[in-house]
Design a protein around this ligand. Structure first.
Ligand code: DGL
Length: 269
């Protein structure tokens, strides 16, 4: 059948009706897993910008530019919603992306799970592991300021840690050495730890090895519930009763890189 101009245009929209999910790299896969659990009938297109990771050590305007380029591409490809599965990109760029697109589709960001941690560990001491950009920006200061009466937050800038997750082989001893250096001094002195970067949930086992059996909090479940609410609000929830598709994509599209993406998607903690 010969396609009309409109049909051809539709063909270009490779991910029409998909939910676009992006991160600076593999970290967002920890969020994607929660999204698929919450909304198994939706189609997801995941893009990790591993060629430009880490975002957390870049300037704010660089993170904004990279994030907007991905959002633009997802919108062009027909995505019906965008989830910024990166605390750093959310802190730097969610406002700009919303200004451009939120009239037409939901734009969901992720933020460090300070609120669930403060609720559970009321008046406790909470370590917040995140990237330098996340900890420097207004979003974190606004959130920690708002909850200051509920708990004590101790921010730890974990420069280099997301980049190490990008390299895979997470059971290697250098990973625990790195964690020991970054947070070992707080062992036995905190009541909870917020994993304020989406790469860190892949290190739960290693963090527990260094810190003992302390409660860990991340924002992926909250983000999944928020996406669900927004899809209902915009009236675009999938009506299918079949399991949706999940497409994994990266700016480093080699076989080896895609194997790491697959492995982390099927990761068992
Ligand atoms: N995964 C990202 C986050 O949640 C950032 C990692 C990076 O520095 O690229 O903050």
């Amino acid at each position: 059948m010969v396609g009309t101009g409109r049909d051809m245009n539709m063909e270009e929209k490779k991910y029409s009706g998909y939910i676009g999910v992006f991160d600076s790299g593999v970290g967002g896969i920890s969020v994607l897993r929660a999204l698929v659990r919450e909304l198994p009938d939706e189609n997801f297109y995941f893009f990790g910008d591993s060629a430009h990771a880490p975002y957390g050590d870049k300037t704010v305007s660089q993170v904004q530019e990279l994030s907007m380029a991905i959002a633009d591409r997802m919108a062009e490809q027909g995505c019906k919603a965008i989830v910024i599965a990166c605390n750093t990109a959310t802190s730097a760029a969610v406002k700009l992306i919303r200004q451009k697109y939120s009239e037409g589709m939901p734009i969901i960001g992720i933020e460090p799970a300070l609120k669930p941690a403060a609720t559970q560990e009321h008046h406790g001491r909470i370590l917040v592991m995140a990237t330098p950009v996340t900890l420097k920006l207004e979003k974190y200061h606004e959130l920690s300021g708002r909850l200051a009466g509920e708990a004590e937050f101790i921010p730890v800038s974990c420069s280099g840690l997301a980049d190490r997750v990008e390299q895979g082989n997470l059971d290697a001893p250098d990973v625990t050495d790195m964690l020991e250096q970054m947070i070992g001094a707080y062992r036995g002195r905190v009541d909870g730890i917020v994993l304020g970067c989406t790469h860190y949930p892949f290190l739960k086992k290693q963090i527990r090895k260094v810190m003992g059996d302390v409660p860990l909090y991340d924002g992926s479940e909250g983000t999944a519930r928020e996406l669900h609410r927004q899809l209902v609000r915009y009236g675009i929830l999938s009506q299918s009763d079949k399991p949706g598709k999940v497409v994994l994509d990266s700016s480093i599209h080699t076989e080896q890189e895609m194997r790491l993406y697959e492995q982390l998607f099927h990761f068992h903690a």
